[in-house]
Design a protein around this ligand. Structure first.
Ligand code: COA
Length: 669
């Protein structure tokens, strides 16, 4: 059975213990480095036909680890573990005993087939075999394999040690359990696996290769630098800049020829790719002046190819709409996913762009349904059914599942859709991946509210729509806290009827370090719901102290602690069933709180804090505690957030986070 959230799968194999990567060029060692970072005990074998390539790859491991150490991203022990147990060989015999062989050699079908024939003679018949091709379908690569059920394509994106996306190809001959295992394994090790169909170029390279190809076909309208400058409204780096970086011209020629041969002449690569080695263009962040007419023509063409490819991917079921948008943002550095872009442009504009595109590029796919139909999907959550309980997974891996109003509204919409259904016992909320339940409110959304008390109060109320709904629900909602739950993420957890946490999970209210206050419940709920834990919450609110799951369990905040490798979500599902039909405690009575002892304005981490903001926070906690109803107490929180948003400290704290520097509250007070 396949779940949308890969971590709901029960793995049919253990995590890999010995892996071979064939091809020590660029991406092979990068994939290996990711694997060793996630699984330090792994034995990794790099195979190549040339010793210098192996030597360079091993050297690269050392350099990456050194950099990670210097940047404080790894400890000495971690850096040592990453480079330990990595060997190189020219001899395929070294892959004996591997439970996974991953091929990352040149994009050449005959070569790949030869490699896999050799591999299959050495490894066990059930060892996983995957190819890291960006274009060649699994059906072609593995046509001659004896044991096909364990093989498929796993397509990584550069730089593979950091880029989280991996396309896992759903080939008809692969055992579905192998696909589920690969998705589970990638997600467990910090990647974002996207399951896609077995067609040439899969999902994301259909977008990327055709985007580049149409950019090249536009060279009669503008230069490469002009096209990249125009593309900057959609992507962080223009197509020609990326082609230079990836030495991509021959790749587009190859992959678009593949698409043209299989799907039609309209995919034929631009001839200019064969005669140009490097494009003269501008780097990301730089633009040149482009004549308005050229801008319009190039913009329409680039949008046209994006819309065309996106509807085709969805109409043919190559990938899901949410995966398409997420993949384009994460793997291809698009500023918005193509479907989000189409939604924001509006139907009339998309239709105009597509009409023009159809005239310029006959044969290219066009929508087969109403445009509105392509927009009907959940963008930021995954929804699964486990034993009659809807499991809602917050999925914004680029921001550690941080909340914004669209995400909270989407959770609310899913709950509303199912809560009247007698077959649904309740809901579980959890976070995507192994690291974060939710890193709080999306700080990127804050700057536009700073200085505007009314807008900030309204934002708090908007984000609270979900929380207020949870308060009033009859069916239980249980939080399955799988990692960090910070700020607004913890405030969401607090409103769930039950809280189950993984042992490694932790809670924090970091707002004070950003020069703001947690306005949607944290200054209110804990004192009414867990009065005996008041002292711990004083420390969390005023000094951003962390609370480990085990300590939260001792305090009665967490109902159940589950080992990190335990079945967290299924324990939460069981709790939903146990809570069904039971009344929830009312939080209307005023709370007694301990007085705030005077303190130095410093966080638990040592970071200096704003005295003014601490003052606003303490006052709000006191006012909320004595408020005559829960609703009135919550209102105190919203207003305190509005007040704090107008302070110089908030501006400093938020800017510092977004500029990746330490805030200086000394100058703001
Ligand atoms: N809002 C928006 N983006 C967030 C976020 C948030 N609340 N929390 C994390 N992110 C983003 C980071 O900006 C980063 O994006 P980038 O890759 O584009 O730079 C990404 O998520 C990964 O986080 P990163 O900071 O690189 O991971 P880390 O391991 O170094 O640190 C945290 C993790 C959680 C300690 C750190 O991200 C953090 O302090 N986040 C803010 C938490 C917070 O204050 N929440 C309350 C908000 S009111």
């Amino acid at each position: 059975m396949s779940y949308q959230n890969p971590l709901l799968e029960t793995p049919t194999r253990p995590l890999p213990g010995r892996v071979a990567i064939i091809g020590a060029g660029t991406i092979g060692p990068d994939i290996g480095y990711y694997l060793k970072s996630a699984l330090p005990d792994l034995e990794l074998v790099l195979i190549d036909v040339a010793q210098p390539a192996i030597d360079r790859a091993l050297q690269r491991f050392q350099e990456y680890a050194k950099k990670a150490l210097a940047r404080g991203r790894m400890t000495e022990a971690q850096a040592a573990a990453v480079t330990h147990g990595v060997t190189g060989s020219l001899d395929y015999a070294a892959i004996r005993g591997c439970d996974w062989v991953l091929e990352a050699a040149t994009e050449n079908l005959a070569l790949k087939r030869r490699i896999f024939a050799q591999v299959e003679d050495i490894v066990a018949p059930d060892a996983l075999i995957t190819s890291n091709t960006s274009s060649l379908p699994a059906a072609r690569i593995f046509a001659e394999l004896r044991h096909k059920a364990r093989a498929t394509v796993t397509h990584f994106f550069a730089p593979a040690w950091r880029n989280p996306v991996v396309e896992v190809i759903r080939w008809s001959q692969t055992d579905p359990q192998v696909i589920d295992y690969l998705r589970w394994m990638f997600c467990t090790t910090g990647k974002v696996p996207l399951e896609t169909g077995d067609v040439p170029c899969f999902m994301l390279d259909r977008i990327f290769d055709n985007w580049c190809n149409d950019a090249a076909l536009c060279l009669d309208r503008g230069t490469a630098a002009e096209i990249d400058s125009t593309a900057a409204q959609f992507v962080h780096a223009g197509p020609f800049f990326v082609l230079n970086l990836a030495h991509g011209n021959p790749i587009i020629t190859e992959t678009n020829t593949l698409q043209a041969d299989e799907e039609g002449e309209h995919y034929r690569p631009a001839p200019i790719f064969r005669s140009v080695e490097t494009w003269v263009t501008v780097p990301p962040g730089k633009r040149i002046e482009v004549p308005p007419q050229a801008t319009a023509a190039v913009r329409d063409r680039l949008l046209g190819i994006l819309c065309s490819q996106s509807v085709d991917i969805l109409d043919r079921g190559i990938g899901t709409p949410a995966d398409l948008d997420l993949g384009c943002r994460l793997a291809l550095a698009f500023k918005k996913g193509p479907l989000e872009l189409m939604r924001d442009l509006g139907e009339a504009e998309v239709r105009r762009v597509l009409d023009r595109f159809a005239a310029e590029r006959p044969g290219m796919p066009m929508p087969r349904r109403e445009l509105a139909d392509y927009q009907r999907f959940e963008r930021h959550v995954l929804v699964d059914d486990v034993d009659g309980v809807k499991v809602i997974t917050l999925r914004r891996p680029e921001a550690l599942n941080a909340l914004h109003d669209e995400l909270t509204d989407e959770i609310l919409a899913v709950i509303r859709r199912h809560e009247g259904d007698p077959a649904v016992a309740g809901f579980v909320l959890t976070g995507y991946g192994a690291r974060a339940f939710c890193a709080g409110a999306d700080i990127g959304r804050f700057p536009r509210m700073l200085g505007d008390a009314q807008a900030s109060v309204q934002y708090s109320r908007d984000c609270s729509r979900l929380l207020v709904h949870l308060d009033a629900m009859h069916k239980p909602v249980v939080a399955a806290v799988n990692g960090m739950a910070l700020g607004g993420g913890f405030e969401l957890v607090m409103r769930c009827r039950g809280i189950v946490a993984a042992s490694g999970a932790w809670f924090q209210l970091p707002e004070i370090t950003l020069g703001i206050v947690p306005g949607i419940g944290a200054m209110v709920v804990p004192y009414r719901r867990w009065p005996s834990a008041g002292a711990a919450f004083h420390g969390m609110l005023r000094r951003a102290e962390r609370l480990k799951a085990a300590d939260a369990h001792k305090l009665g905040v967490v109902d159940e602690l589950v080992p990190d490798d335990g079945d967290l979500v299924r324990r939460a599902v069981a709790r939903v069933h146990a809570l069904a039909g039971k009344p929830r405690a009312a939080l209307d009575a005023a709370a007694a709180i301990a007085p705030f002892e005077p303190m130095e304005p410093a966080a638990a981490s040592g970071q200096a804090l704003s005295r003014e903001v601490i003052g606003i926070l303490e006052q709000a906690v006191r006012d909320a505690a004595s408020a005559p109803s829960f609703a009135a107490a919550l209102d105190v929180g919203y207003r305190a957030f509005g007040r704090v948003a107008c302070t110089a400290a908030a501006r400093e704290g938020i800017s510092a986070f977004l500029e990746r520097r330490k805030p200086d509250f000394g100058k703001t007070g």
